[in-house]
Write a protein that binds this ligand. Structure first.
Ligand code: ADP
Ligand code: MG
Length: 358
């Protein structure tokens, strides 16, 4: 079955001042019916601006935005937000403090033309059940926890059954336990509603666990877009590797069919044309083994539960991160050798940003 294209962006750019480097710079993306797309990137990379362009709060400088194959914005015109059928969930919930849960959720419905009372009541009950807020209809926002308030905001965005929901760091203001629980809840709720969504976050775990697709943003562009597994296993640029995973970069020199590095030699496993580069190994793929003649020394140890994260230093001063199980912890100052999972490395050009090879 071919999925309907809900949203399509071609070459969308935005700058706020004539001389400003574009904050959103030639973004292309396509979102299909029912899919959740994550936009992942550091603070200031243009995530909120991109969402505001899609919602219609900002007009692009160039490019075009289509919703359900209808042009809604170009450099020359921009359909106002209320005509776009797009829901928005903000980081700070943005609930009306003087309205009850029920009134907050139905606010958008009542202001729609042609909404009947029976329909509004039905949508309210559906939305409340979907976000598990049964029994709290008559509470006011200040009588709810942060997690409950964000459920109200989500219900408010879902109730009108928009074409698309945009969520801008919706979990960032919540405590860690609530945040982690709401990750799976949000995914379940969005999937049950069948509404397509864009979920913006600076948290890799959040993006990878909630979304069907993840686009990694950097300086206003999407550097790579793919499934969470692909983004994680096969980063195409150094920035993606650094931002999505905790990666070590180790200077490497080509020696026939292997890469020689300070911590050992690694088979060349791709069509790599480089003579030298940086070998990328994620910290969870690098493990330590005690050895009094080892090539690295433990500088710091951090308890993560099942594993310890070790910060290591080689004799040349290179800092590396590695993981090992917590059953046999090693002390700071111990000498170790390093082991890697098979085929867990990739090579990147030292100076440039792009990955080398297929
Ligand atoms: P993110 O949500 O990824 O943190 P934003 O989209 O909020 O990033 O901001 C991207 C860049 O655009 C930042 O450098 C920010 O200062 C700038 N910016 C955002 N809004 C405006 C504005 N209204 N006027 C000028 N610059 C802005
Ligand atoms: Mg933002």
């Amino acid at each position: 079955m071919t999925q309907l294209v809900v949203l399509n962006l071609e070459g969308v750019s935005k700058n706020f001042h004539p001389n400003q480097v574009p904050v959103v710079n030639g973004v292309n993306l396509t979102l299909k019916q029912g899919d959740i797309l994550g936009l992942l990137g550091p603070s200031g990379c243009g995530k909120t601006t991109l969402l505001r362009l899609i919602a219609g709060f900002e007009q692009p400088a160039g490019g075009k935005i289509e919703l359900l194959s209808q042009e809604v914005a170009t450099g020359r015109f921009s359909l106002p937000p209320e005509k776009r059928d797009v829901g928005f969930v903000f980081q700070d919930y943005a609930l009306f403090p003087h309205l009850t849960v029920a009134e907050n959720i139905t606010f958008g419905l009542k202001h729609r033309r042609g909404s009947r009372k029976g329909t509004i009541e039905k949508r309210l009950l559906e939305a409340i059940a979907l976000v598990s807020l049964d029994g709290l209809q008559n509470r006011y926002p200040h009588q709810l926890s942060g997690g409950q308030q964000q459920r109200v905001a989500l219900a408010r965005a879902l109730a009108p059954e928009p074409t698309l929901i945009l969520l801008d760091e919706p979990l960032s203001n919540l405590d860690i336990q609530v945040r982690v629980r709401l990750r799976s809840e949000i995914r379940r709720i969005l999937k049950a509603s069948g509404i397509s969504a864009i979920f913006v976050t600076h948290d890799q775990e959040e993006a990878l666990s909630i979304c069907d697709w993840v686009g990694v943003m950097h300086h206003g562009t999407i550097e790579q877009i793919g499934t969470p597994e692909l983004i994680y296993r096969n980063p195409q640029t150094r920035f993606v590797a650094e931002f999505v995973t905790q990666a070590n970069f180790i200077p490497a020199r080509r020696n026939g069919s292997q890469w020689d590095t300070e911590i050992g030699s690694f088979a060349v496993h791709e069509r790599e044309a480089l003579e030298q580069g940086d070998l990328m190994i994620r910290e969870e793929d690098l493990h330590i083994k005690p050895d009094e003649n080892g090539i690295a020394e433990i500088g710091d140890r951090q308890f993560l539960g099942r594993e310890h994260r070790y910060t290591l230093y080689t004799s040349s001063g290179l800092e590396l991160k590695a993981r090992s199980d917590t059953l046999h912890p090693l002390p700071i100052g111990a000498k170790v050798n390093l082991q890697t999972s098979p085929k867990s490395w990739q090579i990147f050009a030292s100076s440039g940003n792009d990955r080398v090879g297929a």
